[in-house]
Design a protein around this ligand. Structure first.
Ligand code: DON
Length: 309
């Protein structure tokens, strides 16, 4: 079997670069359209062991939908499973991440799952705090802790850009208010959602978060649990079923480990008990996932035999 070395990782990255041409940088959030589509970087951290990085691994980018896993974990810690899943479903979807249609035609009382926009907006309403600042402060602290990076901050430009152009997410939120999923604080919930999508990270941060989840919520090499094991189990299962949007089935078959993508081109992955991986490649395909990033993960999965089944 292939051994992980620096040279090997560089080679995987080089071979995956052409795949960025199959995608385009997201432009529906204006600030994201400024990213360089040829950027490609990866960090792989073996739990409690070596760390390897290649390419543009120091590049910062915003969490976007990767934050959906983190807000879910905090909401589960705050409210427990029964309460969270009383307002959001647990089923995968073949529909796009920002679908409006499903809410009206089939869901009636619940968005599909916490990984689509409507589900994540509903989950945001479950995060405790007296106001948006306090709630955001709690989620930022939580992400700083589980990534091991106390310097993570909000990207003000991306946040303002999302807030200004977030009509689609507003329509989802107001529809959810009309059917009783959200209360009167819709604008506050949206504000919180836009903020935690706009936290700047690098692939190192994503790989560290992946490692913590791969280690079931316990900090590798230490004895302290940063997230409850039972909630890690829930979040990772949902990542496996729905983390790559309406490409989750194909990704599960081809790559075979839990991952979560975002429109900025980041992907956070984990191989249970083994490693965390972070990838950035801002050119995304028509289902919202980094085209070169997915290729990096597929190659790693094949060469290192990481598929879970
Ligand atoms: O709400 C949005 O549309 C973005 N802030 C995040 C969406 C996202 O990352 C979906 N990803 N593929």
């Amino acid at each position: 079997m292939q051994k992980i070395t620096q040279a090997y990782l560089e080679d995987v990255l080089q071979k995956s670069r052409p795949y960025s041409q199959k995608g385009k940088v997201a432009s529906y959030i204006p600030e994201l359209s400024e990213a360089d589509p040829t950027t490609l970087g990866v960090t792989l951290i073996e739990c409690g062991g070596e760390s390897y990085s290649a390419g543009d691994h120091e590049q910062t980018f915003t969490l976007q939908s990767i934050s959906k896993v983190l807000s879910l974990l905090l909401a589960l810690e705050d409210q427990g499973k029964d309460k969270v899943f009383s307002i959001v479903g647990q089923e995968p979807t073949g529909d796009p991440f920002n679908t409006v249609e499903y809410l009206e035609t089939e869901a009636k009382d619940k968005p599909f799952n916490p990984m689509v926009n409507s589900g994540a907006i509903a989950v945001s309403s479950m995060i405790k705090g007296r106001n948006v600042d306090e709630r955001f402060g709690r989620i930022l602290d939580f992400i700083r802790q589980i990534s091991g990076n106390p310097n993570l901050t909000l990207n003000e430009e991306v946040y303002q850009s999302e807030k200004k152009t977030g009509a689609h997410n507003r329509s989802l939120a107001y529809f959810m208010q009309s059917i009783g999923i959200l209360g009167p604080e819709v604008e506050d919930i949206l504000d919180l959602y836009f903020r935690f999508n706009s936290i700047d990270v690098t692939v190192h941060d994503l790989a560290n978060i992946g490692c913590l989840l791969a280690n079931r919520g316990k900090r590798p090499g230490r004895n302290d649990w940063l997230v409850s094991e039972k909630y890690v189990e829930t979040a990772v299962t949902i990542m496996f079923m729905a983390g790559m949007y309406n490409a989750s089935g194909e990704f599960a078959i081809e790559v075979g480990f839990p991952s979560k993508s975002g429109v900025s081109g980041g992907i956070m992955s984990l191989v249970p008990g083994q490693m965390g991986i972070g990838v950035i490649g801002p050119a995304i395909g028509n289902r919202g996932n980094s085209t070169a990033g997915v290729q990096v993960l597929k190659t790693l999965s094949d060469d290192l035999q990481l598929h879970l089944f």
